[in-house]
Each structure stands twice: as C-alpha cells, then as structure tokens.
Design a binder for this molecule. Structure first.
Ligand SMILES: NC(=O)c1ccc[n+]([C@@H]2O[C@H](COP(=O)([O-])OP(=O)(O)OC[C@H]3O[C@@H](n4cnc5c(N)ncnc54)[C@H](O)[C@@H]3O)[C@@H](O)[C@H]2O)c1
Length: 437
C-alpha cells in the first residue's frame, strides 16, 4: 500500500456513481440533496459531525474532519446510477418508502434527473430481481466492462466532474468464494473476463474493474467478494486507487462490534450468540434466497472471530456457538427488527444472558455510511493512498484485509475508530498519537 500524507485540495465536482438505485441509494441521495438545501440534518455522519483531537497537552484541539483534511463539500457532489429497474431516483425513493413524501418532494426535480443507466446484470447472481433495464441477454463480461467504462467516461464529461467515486449499493449477489486460479492475480482475472467466465466473474466485478480502470475508487457496500480478492488489490495498486469493503456496518453488526469488546475487556466468557432479524424490503426478498443469504451470512459471522479469539482465550471463547438468520417478512418493509440473544458466563462459569432488541431503519442507518465512505475514499485518493483502506473498517461489517498474508481483520468498533482517527491525523499532518481521549 502506497501512501503520501498530504491530500490534494478537493477542487471541482465529485461524481458519485451509485450501483443500484434502491432503498439505501435513494435514501442517501435524497438526504444529501435535502441537507444541502438546509431541509435536513446529516445525523449519523462522522464526516459532518464528529470532532477528534489533534495535538496534545496545551496544544490539543478538537476539530471536525473537514478542518483537519480537505473534504469534498456536499454542494460539489453530483449523482449518477445504474439499476436493473428503469425508475428514476424520485420514483425509486417513493417505491422504497423509507422517507416521507415531505422529505422527498422538495428535491423532486433533482431526483427525477437521476435516471439509472442499464445494469450489468446476470439473473443467476440475483434471481429475485426481474427488472428490464439491463444490458441485453448475451452481453459478455468483457462487453459489460466496456459498456460500464463508457458510461463512467460519459458521465464524468457530461457532469464536468474532476473526480469520481463508484459505490455499490445494489443487491447482494450469490456467494462467489475466492478461487485462486482466477481471483489470485490481475492477469488471470483479466483472462477470465475475456473468456466470459460467468462462474467466477460476478457482474459486480465488472463494475469494480471498470471503475478502477477509469480512475475511480470503488467501495463495496454489500457483502460480495468483488474487490476482496488479490487480483483487484493488484489493480487498485497499479492504478493508485483506494478500494474499501465490504458490507455497510449498520444495525445488528454495529451493536455486535460494540458489545463484544465489552465482554472481551472484562474477560467475560461467551457460550453462544444468536442473531436473528425480520426485514421486509427488496433487500430482504433477495436475501430470502439461500445462495444470496450465504454471502451475507459469511460476512455477518466474521465479526466476532477476531474480537473474541478462542485461540488466545480458550477458557473464555474456545467453544461458542454463533448463528445469524435473516427472515423476509414483508409487513415490516425497511424497518428491520433484530434480536440478539447472547449467552455469556462469569465467575466460576455461572451463566447469564443479554438480550438486544433493535427496532431500526436499515436505510436510515446506512445512508450516512455511504456519505462518509464516499468522502473519505475521495480524500484517500487525493492523498495518494491505494489498495485496501483499512482505516475505513469502522464503517464495514466484514473489513477487507490481506488474507494471503494472514492479516487479521479489525472488527472491534473502538479499535476501528482509533485507526480512523489516526489516519485522519496522519493525512492532516498531525502526530499519530492515539491517547485516551
Ligand atoms: N441497509 C442496510 O442496513 C444495509 C447494510 C449492509 C449492506 N446493505 C446492502 O446494501 C444493498 C442495497 O440494499 P437496499 O436495501 O437498497 O436494497 P434494494 O433491493 O432496495 O436495492 C438494490 C437495487 O440494486 C439493483 N440491482 C441489483 N443488481 C444490480 C446490478 N447488477 N446492477 C445494478 N443494479 C442492480 C436492484 O434492482 C435494486 O433496485 C444490499 O446488497 C444490502 O445487502 C444494506
């Protein structure tokens, strides 16, 4: 990973191309448009609210991120999208039913102008989606890449963008396990794209490949393995572009990555953690398909492993049972309800239980993460950082890490926050000196 400390200034327009124009994407875009008119507040966004300490002793100051590093302004964001359904962002926001009409109508004109480009789509990867706004049947993987590259170039020119970021907020694809002969090297990945290898090249990989080839950082917001493979790390390094992923850390996993460090810090034992959810939006429908749920399951299960490590603490975490379920239940729409039953044990092995019942709103929790990931990836790009951006792990359920070198992912929310703060300090030219603050 290459680094230079001082980011270039954020001059000109930043094009934000969102793959998928569903509940999460429209809640994010509508929110930004409303916020910049002063009609909403960016609650939950670290880049808009959080302050961190820089300097120490009598020189200590608490500054917003934008006072430490040059971040793009909300007024400079321009949105584009691809989706399998032809609805523009206004219609899609109404269909998603996350926001009330009064939080959409004031920006109706701007939303109507965001018309999704044709999706690079393969039914086998998301069988519950049947939209017709897709590249024609028989489009090869190589043609998908070429079409997407053209879309990106044309958008950049049309909207007069000086920089771009591409972020995936489309459906979770079926699980594509790491397959070294294809995913291990850029050369083999490119050969597989050329050979139209539909089994190992997911449509999402075509988006990521196209974005990186067109000079845009790529962020994977679903649990898809897309950029979590050495071939894509190689491409990101070659093009000097940041990548981040995977899977937005919103509700249940946010809680998990906060509660698990409490247990670990107090050396309390764990015998089981059962997480279940009911969810009724289109995401829930897609995840009702076992092959798609598998991708999510792998991502959600990974959270505890590096925090509660049975090898390091066999008495405490040597033998716990971790199970995650998502149940599609239409009446709830986007308002997911999550239950966690946590079986813990204390002094002399006596059992206790913790129950968490989180009545959340999935897209309301996700939207600020998209904003932060977009702004911070663009910042990382201007700072000359390339490859996996571990400092963005804070926002992600299953943070990328170099598994070929046995690198351990950081899942502990508080360690992730430390990485985030230290990287901002470093890019702002301050000492990287995490103290108790
Ligand atoms: N909301 C959360 O809390 C949260 C957290 C983590 C991850 N996610 C992930 O974010 C993604 C979006 O969630 P959502 O609730 O907006 O879902 P959604 O179903 O409302 O929207 C997804 C959209 O992606 C489109 N799509 C599917 N495949 C595509 C492709 N190949 N190209 C372009 N468009 C495509 C679909 O047509 C759909 O409109 C999902 O993968 C979800 O798992 C959401």
């Amino acid at each position: 990973m290459e680094m230079q400390n001082k980011p270039q200034p954020a001059e000109g327009k930043l094009g934000v191309l969102v793959v998928g124009l569903g509940a999460v994407a429209t809640t994010f875009i509508t929110g930004v448009l409303m916020i910049r008119r002063g009609l909403g507040k960016p609650i939950g966004s670290m880049t808009q609210y959080d302050k961190i300490r820089v300097g120490h002793g009598k020189d200590a100051k608490y500054l917003h991120y934008g006072e430490i590093v040059p971040l793009a302004k909300l007024d400079d964001l321009v949105f584009g999208s691809w989706d399998a359904y032809p609805d523009n962002a206004f219609q899609a926001a109404l269909t998603a039913s996350v926001l009330r009409d009064r939080d959409i109508m004031p920006v109706r004109d701007e939303l109507e102008k965001i018309v999704p480009m044709r999706a690079a789509f393969d039914h086998r990867y998301a069988s519950r989606i049947d939209g017709k706004n897709i590249m024609p049947d028989g489009t090869t993987r190589a043609q998908m890449v070429e079409n997407l590259r053209k879309d990106i170039r044309e958008f950049k020119e049309r909207e007069h963008c000086s920089r771009l970021v591409v972020i995936w907020a489309a459906s979770t694809e079926i699980y594509v396990p790491y397959y070294e002969p294809v995913h291990g090297k850029l050369e083999t990945l490119e050969a597989a794209i050329k050979a139209d290898d539909k089994e190992h090249i997911a449509p999402s990989m075509c988006y990521a490949y196209a974005a990186l080839k067109e000079g845009a950082p790529f962020i994977m917001g679903a649990p898809n393995t897309t950029v979590d493979i050495p071939a894509m790390w190689e491409l990101a390094d070659q093009e000097k572009l940041p990548i981040a992923g995977k899977d937005f850390k919103t509700g249940q996993t946010l809680m998990k990555s906060g509660i698990a460090p409490i247990l670990r810090t107090r050396c309390l034992g764990l015998s089981g953690w059962f997480s279940t959810n009911i969810l009724g939006n289109r995401d829930g429908l897609v995840l009702d398909e076992p092959a798609n749920f598998r991708t999510k399951e792998v991502s959600k299960l990974s959270t505890l492993e590096s925090i509660l490590d049975g090898n390091d603490y066999p008495d405490l975490y040597g033998n716990y049972y971790h199970k995650v379920r998502i149940n599609y239940y239409p009446p709830r729409g986007d308002n997911k309800e999550g239950w966690d039953n946590i079986d813990i044990f204390g002094w002399m092995g006596y059992p206790m239980q913790i129950k968490v019942n989180f009545l959340c709103r999935d897209s309301i929790l996700a939207a600020p993460l998209l904003l932060d990931l977009v702004l911070l990836s663009d910042l990382a790009h201007r700072a000359g950082r390339s490859g996996i951006q571990r400092f963005l792990s804070f926002f992600l359920k299953s943070p990328m890490h170099d598994f070929t070198k046995n690198e351990v992912p950081v899942n502990d929310l508080f360690k992730q926050y430390t990485m985030l703060k230290d990287t901002l300090r470093e890019m702002g030219g301050y000492d990287v000196d995490e103290l108790i603050d």
